[in-house]
Design a protein around this ligand. Structure first.
Ligand code: UD1
Ligand code: CA
Length: 475
């Protein structure tokens, strides 16, 4: 990593065209905020302490949204234009030498390769600046690149100030610049708000540098989609789709099978191991990590989860901040949340919810259960319909279930409660007291049988039907 590169990211604007109460750079595409996506690209060429984000609108929220530690922030209290934003960053840059990269905070699709290419051109040509350009079908709203006879950049003309002839230029400024830092800072104060919008235009720096006999070269990038600037939610959706397609392509090329990749939603930081299969419409979000040879069923939504190797997640499992260790088998229709953890070779079946609960190795809860605030040992069988009553209306209480416990179907376990190893709970029990190891606990009304009752009832019914009377059955 070149220690001489400083990156300034412009992220102070509100983004009026988003029609939002939220600052533009806080909107998300590809599973992270626009600003974090730009920072991600910048980190390929500079360390965090050489990256300065200029914040203004909702400065505190924007700062808090940046996950990488060590990024520097500068504040632009009033948004007087992109040139003014860079002036505001001046006090925060670690040095005024080397190269200065300036990036718009609303360009989340920028690729690290492009930044490297820009820096290389700047280096090799020994010029004052190099700027990325691209040709777009519809240049509306963008600053136009005006080239001189030597194919250097003569100026950037903002859409609002462009002549009819300039408006026809399809080569535009996407907002990705590389300058010789010393020259840039020497002349930045020459930018004035001398234009229709009364803003300090960063783009005026091209003409200013030329006035001082310096040269700025264009670096034309063929793929215009990489340089899309987000101004509206329609463009946000376009960026999101492109970022997700990049992510699925990257995973497939690394050995992950994705069925109908255009239907899945996989966030940028998600990791997936080789030979895992992701079925259509699955969503892997946040910091989710999936091991190898696992399967994620259709319609499942996993956020910030850790999934081991050879795990089977059947369709429609919703899990958040939870762990499924290798060999676990979950779903369909299961829910895990708040640090639920299923150990190796566990089975969690349909309509089972685990909240803040650990299920030990080889244990099973196959149908219809609520297990909350429970610590469950290994080889435990949790019968269908089991409920841990963890909440008394005021406080949450813990249920401890030892290794090898058998909990019969439809048991109600009233916490705080301990079932010691090897205990056996009879089906339908309401258990309110601790059960000692290897004991049988039955907590239900005893059954009474009345021989012949059903038969008598039928006969009476037949008789009254014959007499046209209503049946009154006495036990
Ligand atoms: C800018 C460029 C334009 C280019 C386009 C690419 C200028 C004068 N124009 O126009 O040539 O084609 O980007 O998308 O630079 N910002 C601040 N402080 C401010 C104003 C803006 O931090 O006072 C930030 C915004 O948060 C945003 C970025 O700068 O991330 C670009 O601002 P925006 O208003 O979108 O500029 P454009 O009008 O699109
Ligand atoms: Ca813009």
């Amino acid at each position: 990593m070149n220690q001489e590169i400083t990156v300034v990211i412009l992220a102070a604007g509100l983004g009026t065209r988003m029609k939002s109460s939220k600052a533009k750079v806080l909107h998300e595409a590809g599973g992270d905020t626009l600003l974090n996506q730009v920072i991600r690209a910048a980190l390929h060429v500079a360390s965090p302490d050489r990256i300065v984000a200029v914040v203004g609108h909702q400065a505190e929220q924007v700062k808090a949204s940046v996950k990488v530690p060590g990024i520097r922030f500068a504040e632009q209290k009033q948004q007087k234009g992109t040139g003014h934003a860079v002036m505001c960053a001046r006090a925060s840059v670690p040095s005024e030498t080397g190269e200065l990269l300036i990036l718009n905070g609303d360009g989340p699709l920028l690729k690290p390769e492009t930044l490297r290419r820009l820096i290389d051109v700047h280096h090799s040509k020994r010029i004052a600046g190099a700027i990325v350009t691209t040709e777009v079908a519809d240049p509306f709203g963008y600053g136009r690149i005006i080239r001189d006879e030597q194919d250097l950049v003569a100026s950037i003309v903002e859409h609002k100030s462009a002549s009819p002839e300039q408006l026809r230029v399809r080569e535009i400024n996407p907002g990705v610049y590389c300058f010789d830092a010393a020259l840039f800072w020497r002349h930045i104060d020459e930018v004035t708000p001398d234009n229709a919008a009364k803003e300090y235009y960063l783009t005026d720096m091209i003409e200013i540098l030329r006035r001082h006999s310096h040269r700025v070269a264009p670096v034309l990038v063929a793929d215009e989609t990489e340089l899309l600037g987000i101004n509206t939610r329609v463009e946000l959706a376009v960026a999101d789709r492109i970022l997700r397609e990049r992510k699925t392509n990257e995973l497939m090329l690394s050995g992950v099978t994705i069925e109908k990749p255009e239907t899945v939603t996989i966030d940028v930081d998600v990791e997936v191991g080789q030979d895992t299969v992701i079925e259509a419409n699955a969503q892997l979000r946040g910091s989710t990590k999936v091991g190898s040879s696992s399967r994620i069923g259709t319609g499942s939504v996993l956020r910030d989860c850790e999934i081991g190797d050879a795990v089977t997640v059947l369709p429609f499992v919703v899990a958040e901040s939870s762990v499924l260790r290798s060999g676990a088998f979950v779903g369909p229709f299961a829910r895990l949340r708040m640090n639920a953890e299923a150990a190796e070779d566990t089975h969690i079946g349909n309509f089972v919810e685990l909240k803040k609960t650990k299920l030990g190795r080889g244990s099973k809860a196959n149908h219809l259960a609520y297990l909350g605030d429970a610590s469950i040992g290994s080889k435990v069988n949790v019968g269908a319909g089991t409920i841990t009553c963890n909440y008394d209306g005021q406080k949450k209480h813990v249920t401890q279930i030892g290794d090898g416990v058998f909990v019969g179907s439809n048991s109600t376990l009233v916490a705080p409660l301990t079932l010691e190893p090897g205990a056996y709970v009879a089906a339908g029990s309401v258990i309110t007291k601790d059960v000692e190891a290897d004991a049988l606990a039955i907590g239900r009304a005893y059954q009474t049988d009345k021989p012949g009752w059903a038969k008598r009832r039928r006969e009476m019914s037949d008789k009254s039907a014959a007499n046209g009377q209503r049946l009154v059955n006495k036990s």
